[in-house]
Structures are given as structure tokens and as C-alpha cells.
Design a protein around this ligand. Structure first.
Ligand code: AR6
Length: 172
């Protein structure tokens, strides 16, 4: 099984690509985005500026610059607005775009944070369900997918869901 849950700062991971939970300006911010820009250095901001933004639900690729990761997939998740505005479809679409980009670039190792579950306020249980469903569809095409959980609730949710999935498989 390719998906592993890890509780670490994503900026420390030497993988083919890490995913950034960015905003549509791509010009940095707080949370994981701030941490990635700090560690990658000013060249990342310059590269993002040249791209000129990214619509919600889409992704853009840059080098990792000073990060140990070779590339950064910048993913713009939805802001949670109560759930009636297609936020779930949008978040699933973002994960789809992340995984398609990783596969099309030939990445073998990928680290993915819990997109939209911080400043963007997406309910963590629903986000976890969507993230693992989409990443699970692609796990045979990469050697390692690291689901990076940075808070206790996400860690528990991801571990519970992956272990119940493993139990379900062993019964088949
Ligand atoms: N490594 C891994 N995960 C982290 C790290 C880290 N260093 N730091 C935080 N997280 P957020 P969003 C987790 O707010 O909700 C930014 O300002 C955190 O615990 O980073 O998509 C952007 O510029 C949470 O589970 O991203 C946007 O404006 C998860 O990363 C906006 O926030 C996502 O939290 C995007 O909001």
C-alpha cells in the first residue's frame, strides 16, 4: 500500500514533490504555504509571480529551490462556506489535479498536506475522506504517497480511515 501517514513538517521531506496548500494569488501566506516559501527562499516567490496566480480547484508546478523536495505542486483548495457551494467537489478536483500532475511528471514520491483544513476551514473528516479516496485511486502509480498530518485531529482521522480500509481489504 503506497499511502503512509506521517506527522512532520512537510518542508523537511526529500521527495520528488511536496504539495502546497496555496491561495489563488500564489504569492504566499500563512500555514503550510508560509513554511514552504520560507524554506524554499525568494526564488520560489519569483517563480510564482511569473506564473501569475492559479484559479481555485487547479494546481501549478514550480521547482523546489532550497527545499529538499525537487518540485512543489501548488494547489488552491476551496474556502469552506457552509458546504452548499460545491466545496466537496472542488476539493476532490484539487486532489485529482495534484495526482494527475504527479503521474504525468513521473514523480515516484509525493508528500501531500491536508489541503483547505487550516485557514480555509474545511471540515477535517470530510476533507480526509475525499483526500484518501482520490489519492487511493492513484496509489498504484507512485511508489510512496505521504499523507502529511500536522495536527492531532487530522492524524487520528487519517490513521483511522486507513486502518479501516486495510481491514476491509484483508476481509476480501
Ligand atoms: N507541514 C505540513 N502541514 C502543515 C504545515 C507544515 N509545515 N503547516 C501547517 N500545516 P493551511 P489551507 C497543515 O492553513 O487551509 C495560507 O495562508 C495545517 O495543520 O496551511 O488550505 C495560504 O496562503 C492544516 O491541516 O492551508 C492560503 O491563503 C493544513 O496544513 C490559505 O492559508 C492546511 O492548513 C490556505 O488555507
Amino acid at each position: 500500500m503506497a499511502i503512509e501517514v506521517v506527522s512532520v513538517d512537510i518542508t523537511t521531506l526529500a521527495v520528488d514533490a511536496i504539495v502546497n496548500a496555496a491561495n489563488d494569488s500564489l504569492l504566499g501566506g500563512g500555514g503550510v504555504d508560509g513554511a514552504i516559501h520560507r524554506r524554499a527562499g525568494p526564488e520560489l516567490l519569483a517563480a510564482c509571480r511569473r506564473i501569475g496566480g492559479c484559479p481555485t480547484g487547479e494546481v501549478r508546478l514550480t521547482p523546489g529551490f532550497n527545499l529538499p523536495a525537487r518540485f512543489v505542486i501548488h494547489a488552491v483548495g476551496p474556502i469552506w462556506q457552509g458546504g452548499a457551494r460545491g466545496e466537496d467537489i472542488c476539493l476532490a478536483q484539487v486532489y485529482e489535479q495534484v495526482m494527475r500532475t504527479a503521474v504525468s511528471q513521473g514523480f515516484q514520491t509525493l508528500a501531500v498536506p491536508c489541503i483547505s483544513t487550516g485557514a480555509y476551514g474545511f471540515p477535517k473528516p470530510l476533507a480526509c475522506e475525499l483526500a484518501l479516496r482520490v489519492m487511493g485511486d492513484y496509489e498504484d502509480r507512485l511508489s510512496r504517497i505521504l499523507a502529511v498530518v500536522f495536527d492531532r485531529e487530522n492524524e487520528q482521522l487519517y490513521r483511522m480511515r486507513l486502518s479501516s480500509r486495510a481491514r476491509g481489504r484483508s476481509r476480501q
